[in-house]
Design a protein around this ligand. Structure first.
Ligand code: G1P
Length: 276
Protein backbone atom coordinates (compact mmCIF):
# COMPACT_ATOMS: atom_id res chain seq x y z
CA UNK A 1 0.00 0.00 0.00
CA UNK A 2 1.22 3.49 -0.81
CA UNK A 3 -0.05 5.80 1.89
CA UNK A 4 2.58 8.51 1.98
CA UNK A 5 3.12 11.28 -0.48
CA UNK A 6 6.08 13.63 -0.47
CA UNK A 7 5.72 17.22 -1.68
CA UNK A 8 9.04 18.92 -2.34
CA UNK A 9 8.09 22.57 -1.84
CA UNK A 10 11.24 24.39 -0.86
CA UNK A 11 11.95 26.15 -4.18
CA UNK A 12 11.91 29.92 -4.53
CA UNK A 13 9.47 30.20 -7.42
CA UNK A 14 11.56 32.91 -9.03
CA UNK A 15 9.55 32.79 -12.24
CA UNK A 16 6.62 34.22 -10.33
CA UNK A 17 8.36 37.13 -8.66
CA UNK A 18 7.23 39.43 -7.22
CA UNK A 19 4.17 37.29 -6.30
CA UNK A 20 6.42 34.71 -4.66
CA UNK A 21 8.55 37.17 -2.72
CA UNK A 22 6.71 36.53 0.54
CA UNK A 23 4.38 33.72 -0.55
CA UNK A 24 5.28 30.14 -1.46
CA UNK A 25 4.69 29.36 -5.14
CA UNK A 26 2.78 26.25 -4.06
CA UNK A 27 0.15 28.57 -2.58
CA UNK A 28 -0.56 30.37 -5.86
CA UNK A 29 -4.23 29.72 -6.56
CA UNK A 30 -5.68 28.31 -9.73
CA UNK A 31 -9.13 29.88 -9.36
CA UNK A 32 -9.62 29.70 -5.59
CA UNK A 33 -7.51 26.65 -4.73
CA UNK A 34 -3.76 26.69 -4.07
CA UNK A 35 -1.64 24.52 -6.34
CA UNK A 36 -0.52 22.27 -3.51
CA UNK A 37 -4.13 21.49 -2.55
CA UNK A 38 -4.74 20.11 -6.06
CA UNK A 39 -1.74 17.85 -5.48
CA UNK A 40 -2.94 16.73 -2.06
CA UNK A 41 -6.37 15.90 -3.48
CA UNK A 42 -4.74 13.83 -6.23
CA UNK A 43 -2.69 11.97 -3.60
CA UNK A 44 -5.80 11.30 -1.50
CA UNK A 45 -7.63 9.93 -4.53
CA UNK A 46 -4.66 7.59 -5.03
CA UNK A 47 -5.02 6.26 -1.46
CA UNK A 48 -2.53 8.42 0.46
CA UNK A 49 -3.36 9.86 3.85
CA UNK A 50 0.05 11.04 5.03
CA UNK A 51 1.22 14.17 3.24
CA UNK A 52 4.86 14.97 3.88
CA UNK A 53 6.01 18.38 2.81
CA UNK A 54 9.61 19.49 2.32
CA UNK A 55 9.46 23.16 3.06
CA UNK A 56 11.98 25.94 3.41
CA UNK A 57 12.20 29.42 4.77
CA UNK A 58 9.15 31.58 4.07
CA UNK A 59 6.81 28.62 3.55
CA UNK A 60 4.70 28.90 6.68
CA UNK A 61 1.55 29.59 4.68
CA UNK A 62 1.57 25.93 3.55
CA UNK A 63 1.58 24.67 7.15
CA UNK A 64 -1.18 27.11 8.08
CA UNK A 65 -3.26 26.18 5.04
CA UNK A 66 -3.44 22.53 6.11
CA UNK A 67 -4.45 23.40 9.64
CA UNK A 68 -7.74 24.45 11.17
CA UNK A 69 -8.37 28.17 11.37
CA UNK A 70 -10.76 28.37 14.32
CA UNK A 71 -11.17 32.10 14.10
CA UNK A 72 -12.09 32.02 10.42
CA UNK A 73 -14.41 29.03 10.80
CA UNK A 74 -16.18 30.67 13.72
CA UNK A 75 -16.57 33.88 11.73
CA UNK A 76 -18.27 32.26 8.72
CA UNK A 77 -20.19 29.55 10.57
CA UNK A 78 -23.79 29.35 9.37
CA UNK A 79 -23.15 31.67 6.40
CA UNK A 80 -23.12 30.75 2.73
CA UNK A 81 -19.31 31.03 2.83
CA UNK A 82 -18.99 27.98 5.05
CA UNK A 83 -19.15 25.62 2.08
CA UNK A 84 -16.02 27.22 0.63
CA UNK A 85 -13.95 25.63 3.37
CA UNK A 86 -15.59 22.18 3.00
CA UNK A 87 -12.86 20.77 0.73
CA UNK A 88 -9.91 21.80 2.85
CA UNK A 89 -11.69 20.80 6.06
CA UNK A 90 -12.20 17.31 4.62
CA UNK A 91 -8.49 17.09 3.81
CA UNK A 92 -7.49 18.17 7.30
CA UNK A 93 -9.87 15.62 8.84
CA UNK A 94 -8.63 12.71 6.72
CA UNK A 95 -4.89 13.33 6.40
CA UNK A 96 -1.87 13.74 8.59
CA UNK A 97 0.62 16.40 7.54
CA UNK A 98 4.30 16.14 8.36
CA UNK A 99 6.99 18.68 7.55
CA UNK A 100 10.70 19.07 7.39
CA UNK A 101 12.90 21.76 5.94
CA UNK A 102 15.42 21.66 3.16
CA UNK A 103 17.83 24.27 4.46
CA UNK A 104 19.80 24.69 1.26
CA UNK A 105 18.62 24.41 -2.34
CA UNK A 106 20.70 21.46 -3.44
CA UNK A 107 18.34 19.94 -5.97
CA UNK A 108 15.28 17.70 -6.16
CA UNK A 109 17.28 14.60 -5.22
CA UNK A 110 18.41 16.32 -2.03
CA UNK A 111 14.86 17.54 -1.27
CA UNK A 112 13.54 13.99 -1.62
CA UNK A 113 16.38 12.69 0.54
CA UNK A 114 15.35 15.15 3.25
CA UNK A 115 11.96 13.41 3.17
CA UNK A 116 13.50 10.18 4.45
CA UNK A 117 12.76 11.12 8.06
CA UNK A 118 9.12 11.65 7.10
CA UNK A 119 8.35 8.68 4.86
CA UNK A 120 10.75 6.18 6.47
CA UNK A 121 12.77 3.46 4.80
CA UNK A 122 10.22 0.65 4.87
CA UNK A 123 7.57 1.50 2.32
CA UNK A 124 7.26 2.83 -1.20
CA UNK A 125 6.01 6.40 -1.39
CA UNK A 126 4.70 8.87 -3.94
CA UNK A 127 6.20 12.22 -4.89
CA UNK A 128 4.17 15.08 -6.32
CA UNK A 129 5.68 18.30 -7.66
CA UNK A 130 2.75 20.61 -7.08
CA UNK A 131 3.63 23.01 -9.88
CA UNK A 132 2.86 20.24 -12.35
CA UNK A 133 -0.91 20.37 -12.09
CA UNK A 134 -2.42 17.17 -13.46
CA UNK A 135 -6.01 16.25 -14.25
CA UNK A 136 -7.75 13.43 -15.99
CA UNK A 137 -11.27 14.49 -16.93
CA UNK A 138 -11.95 10.99 -18.24
CA UNK A 139 -11.21 8.89 -15.16
CA UNK A 140 -8.65 8.18 -12.47
CA UNK A 141 -6.11 10.83 -11.56
CA UNK A 142 -2.51 10.45 -12.66
CA UNK A 143 -1.14 9.27 -9.32
CA UNK A 144 -3.92 6.71 -8.95
CA UNK A 145 -3.06 5.32 -12.38
CA UNK A 146 0.57 5.06 -11.26
CA UNK A 147 -0.31 3.31 -7.99
CA UNK A 148 -2.18 0.69 -9.99
CA UNK A 149 0.89 0.17 -12.14
CA UNK A 150 3.08 -0.02 -9.03
CA UNK A 151 0.91 -2.84 -7.71
CA UNK A 152 1.76 -4.76 -10.86
CA UNK A 153 5.48 -3.99 -11.23
CA UNK A 154 6.59 -3.12 -7.66
CA UNK A 155 9.39 -0.81 -8.77
CA UNK A 156 10.01 2.90 -9.18
CA UNK A 157 7.62 4.60 -11.58
CA UNK A 158 7.94 7.97 -13.30
CA UNK A 159 5.18 9.76 -15.17
CA UNK A 160 6.11 10.72 -18.67
CA UNK A 161 4.71 12.60 -21.65
CA UNK A 162 5.86 13.45 -25.12
CA UNK A 163 7.04 17.04 -25.50
CA UNK A 164 8.23 18.94 -28.59
CA UNK A 165 11.95 18.29 -29.14
CA UNK A 166 12.76 21.98 -28.63
CA UNK A 167 11.45 21.70 -25.07
CA UNK A 168 13.29 18.59 -23.84
CA UNK A 169 16.00 20.75 -22.21
CA UNK A 170 13.48 21.69 -19.50
CA UNK A 171 12.94 18.10 -18.35
CA UNK A 172 14.35 14.83 -17.23
CA UNK A 173 14.18 12.61 -20.32
CA UNK A 174 13.85 8.83 -20.46
CA UNK A 175 14.88 6.17 -22.92
CA UNK A 176 13.41 2.68 -22.80
CA UNK A 177 11.48 -0.16 -24.39
CA UNK A 178 7.73 -0.27 -24.50
CA UNK A 179 6.60 -3.35 -22.55
CA UNK A 180 2.89 -2.73 -22.77
CA UNK A 181 0.71 0.12 -24.03
CA UNK A 182 2.04 3.38 -22.57
CA UNK A 183 4.48 1.55 -20.26
CA UNK A 184 8.26 1.61 -20.79
CA UNK A 185 11.07 -0.28 -19.09
CA UNK A 186 13.54 2.56 -18.65
CA UNK A 187 17.15 1.95 -19.70
CA UNK A 188 18.52 5.48 -19.45
CA UNK A 189 17.57 8.86 -18.02
CA UNK A 190 19.13 12.28 -18.58
CA UNK A 191 18.38 15.47 -16.67
CA UNK A 192 17.69 18.45 -18.91
CA UNK A 193 19.74 17.39 -21.96
CA UNK A 194 20.53 19.80 -24.77
CA UNK A 195 17.71 19.59 -27.31
CA UNK A 196 19.98 17.98 -29.92
CA UNK A 197 21.41 15.44 -27.46
CA UNK A 198 18.17 14.12 -25.97
CA UNK A 199 17.73 10.38 -26.42
CA UNK A 200 13.94 10.77 -26.91
CA UNK A 201 11.22 13.36 -26.42
CA UNK A 202 9.69 11.47 -23.50
CA UNK A 203 9.84 13.93 -20.61
CA UNK A 204 9.46 13.09 -16.95
CA UNK A 205 6.78 15.14 -15.26
CA UNK A 206 6.33 15.73 -11.55
CA UNK A 207 4.82 12.45 -10.40
CA UNK A 208 6.95 9.62 -9.06
CA UNK A 209 6.51 6.44 -7.09
CA UNK A 210 9.76 5.55 -5.38
CA UNK A 211 10.84 2.47 -3.52
CA UNK A 212 12.70 3.26 -0.28
CA UNK A 213 16.01 1.83 -1.56
CA UNK A 214 16.23 5.09 -3.53
CA UNK A 215 17.59 6.78 -0.39
CA UNK A 216 20.73 4.62 -0.43
CA UNK A 217 21.14 5.36 -4.12
CA UNK A 218 20.76 9.11 -3.55
CA UNK A 219 23.51 8.92 -0.92
CA UNK A 220 25.88 7.65 -3.61
CA UNK A 221 24.73 10.04 -6.34
CA UNK A 222 27.00 12.94 -7.20
CA UNK A 223 25.68 16.41 -8.01
CA UNK A 224 24.69 16.57 -11.68
CA UNK A 225 23.03 19.17 -13.89
CA UNK A 226 23.50 22.69 -12.52
CA UNK A 227 25.59 21.28 -9.65
CA UNK A 228 22.43 19.92 -8.01
CA UNK A 229 21.65 16.45 -6.72
CA UNK A 230 19.19 15.19 -9.33
CA UNK A 231 16.57 12.54 -8.64
CA UNK A 232 16.83 11.76 -12.37
CA UNK A 233 20.45 10.63 -11.85
CA UNK A 234 19.55 8.43 -8.86
CA UNK A 235 16.70 6.91 -10.86
CA UNK A 236 19.04 6.35 -13.79
CA UNK A 237 21.19 4.13 -11.54
CA UNK A 238 18.06 2.11 -10.73
CA UNK A 239 17.00 2.07 -14.38
CA UNK A 240 20.30 0.43 -15.38
CA UNK A 241 19.24 -2.44 -13.09
CA UNK A 242 15.82 -2.66 -14.74
CA UNK A 243 14.09 -1.15 -11.75
CA UNK A 244 12.32 1.87 -13.24
CA UNK A 245 9.15 2.04 -15.29
CA UNK A 246 7.96 5.11 -17.16
CA UNK A 247 4.25 5.54 -17.66
CA UNK A 248 2.65 7.69 -20.33
CA UNK A 249 -0.29 8.79 -18.25
CA UNK A 250 -3.84 9.46 -19.33
CA UNK A 251 -4.84 13.06 -18.74
CA UNK A 252 -3.52 16.59 -18.96
CA UNK A 253 -0.61 18.30 -17.28
CA UNK A 254 -0.21 22.04 -16.83
CA UNK A 255 3.24 23.47 -16.18
CA UNK A 256 2.17 25.85 -13.42
CA UNK A 257 5.83 26.65 -12.77
CA UNK A 258 5.58 28.89 -15.85
CA UNK A 259 3.27 31.85 -16.35
CA UNK A 260 1.95 30.41 -19.64
CA UNK A 261 1.08 27.05 -18.08
CA UNK A 262 -0.44 28.73 -15.08
CA UNK A 263 -2.73 30.88 -17.23
CA UNK A 264 -3.65 27.82 -19.31
CA UNK A 265 -4.60 25.92 -16.13
CA UNK A 266 -6.60 28.87 -14.86
CA UNK A 267 -8.56 29.08 -18.12
CA UNK A 268 -9.11 25.33 -18.15
CA UNK A 269 -10.53 25.23 -14.63
CA UNK A 270 -12.54 28.41 -15.20
CA UNK A 271 -14.21 26.93 -18.29
CA UNK A 272 -14.85 23.70 -16.39
CA UNK A 273 -16.54 25.59 -13.57
CA UNK A 274 -18.65 27.62 -16.00
CA UNK A 275 -19.92 24.43 -17.63
CA UNK A 276 -21.27 23.14 -14.32
C1 G1P B 1 12.11 18.65 -12.17
C2 G1P B 1 12.94 17.40 -12.48
C3 G1P B 1 12.83 17.07 -13.96
C4 G1P B 1 11.37 16.92 -14.34
C5 G1P B 1 10.58 18.18 -13.96
C6 G1P B 1 9.08 17.98 -14.18
O1 G1P B 1 12.70 19.75 -12.79
O2 G1P B 1 14.28 17.65 -12.12
O3 G1P B 1 13.50 15.87 -14.23
O4 G1P B 1 11.26 16.69 -15.74
O5 G1P B 1 10.76 18.50 -12.57
O6 G1P B 1 8.38 19.17 -13.96
P1 G1P B 1 12.32 21.27 -12.43
O7 G1P B 1 11.13 21.62 -13.27
O8 G1P B 1 12.02 21.33 -10.97
O9 G1P B 1 13.53 22.08 -12.80
Amino acid sequence: MITKCLFPAAGYGTRFLPATKAMPKEMLPVLTKPLIQYGVEEAMEAGCNVMSVITGRGKRAITDHFDISYELEHQIEGSSKEALLGGIRNIIDKCTFTYTRQNEMKGLGDAIYKGKVLVGEQDPFAVILADDLCVNPEGDGILKQMVELYNKYKCCIVATMEVPLEEVHKYGVIEGNMIEDDVYMVSNMVEKPDNDKAPTNLAVIGRYILTPDIFKVIEKTKPGKNGELQITDALCTQAKKGMVIAYKFKGKRFDCGSVDGFVEATNYFYDLEKEQ
